[in-house]
Design a protein around this ligand. Structure first.
Ligand SMILES: *[C@@H]1O[C@H](CO)[C@@H](O)[C@H](O)[C@H]1NC(C)=O
Ligand SMILES: *[C@@H]1O[C@H](CO)[C@@H](O)[C@H](O)[C@H]1NC(C)=O
Ligand SMILES: *[C@@H]1O[C@H](CO)[C@@H](O)[C@H](O)[C@H]1NC(C)=O
Ligand SMILES: *[C@@H]1O[C@H](CO)[C@@H](O)[C@H](O)[C@H]1NC(C)=O
Ligand SMILES: *[C@@H]1O[C@H](CO)[C@@H](O)[C@H](O)[C@H]1NC(C)=O
Ligand SMILES: *[C@@H]1O[C@H](CO)[C@@H](O)[C@H](O)[C@H]1NC(C)=O
Length: 164
């Protein structure tokens, strides 16, 4: 009698635990990506066709799309408590099929670091690049943008680490 009662209690506790876990999974464990940043990143990755089936995922919860010796696609986020996450770093390197920077990227105005080396970018940086006022680090070596750096760099007023 006592045994079946304790089995019942154990079963009930197990059920309660499962229900609690289920409820916790339905919630965002930390602040989601700022909607403007999320839209911009989705638009950029859509144009580069990097998202695949994960298109709907919250960028700051995902963070890494690809990380290997040859190709990297990842972001860094700053998530101040009770506020939203903002995208502060973007590494997209080693993609020989990436030839242009989508304009949507310049909506990521909190970017501090942007590594774009070893892609196949060509042409100049558009005027919108002046929106990246916080950018400190820019790596664009091993692309086709030689000779275009002196012009656009004047608008990156925070830049301390340029590797071109
Ligand atoms: C970028 O920002 C502009 C101006 O706020 C807005 O009109 C546009 O929809 C944004 N684009 C994306 C892809 O977020
Ligand atoms: C570029 O190549 C990667 C694989 O290396 C692929 O996932 C992506 O869809 C390609 N993007 C474009 C624009 O073709
Ligand atoms: C970007 O690359 C740099 C240099 O390899 C690394 O220090 C940084 O952690 C990377 N950031 C992300 C978001 O992957
Ligand atoms: C990708 O990231 C890894 C680890 O940070 C690094 O060793 C590698 O050089 C990166 N690949 C490219 C193409 O930048
Ligand atoms: C780089 O892009 C150009 C077009 O701008 C293309 O002709 C070339 O094949 C690309 N290089 C590689 C290695 O994919
Ligand atoms: C720098 O930014 C200003 C203001 O947005 C713009 O008019 C100018 O064309 C930019 N210069 C370059 C070289 O991109």
């Amino acid at each position: 009698m006592a045994r079946s009662a304790s089995a019942l209690v154990a079963g009930f506790l197990l059920l309660l635990t499962l229900l609690t876990l289920d409820a916790a999974q339905g919630q965002q464990p930390f602040p989601p990506t700022d909607p403007s940043d999320a839209d911009a990143l989705h638009a950029v990755f859509r144009q580069w066709r990097l998202e695949g089936e994960a298109a709907a995922e919250d960028p700051c919860m995902k963070r890494v799309w690809s990380g290997s010796f040859e190709i990297n696609a990842s972001i860094d986020c700053n998530c101040p408590a009770i506020s939203r996450c903002q995208i502060t770093g973007l590494n997209v390197t080693g993609y020989k099929n990436i030839t242009e920077i989508p304009l949507a990227l310049f909506n990521l105005t909190e970017l501090v670091s942007m590594h774009f080396n070893n892609n196949n970018l060509s042409g100049s940086f558009p005027h919108e690049s002046s929106l990246l006022r916080n950018l400190k680090s820019l790596w664009i070596f091993d692309n086709n943008v030689e000779g275009l750096i002196p012009e656009f760099i004047q608008n990156f007023t925070s830049l301390t680490d340029l590797y071109a």
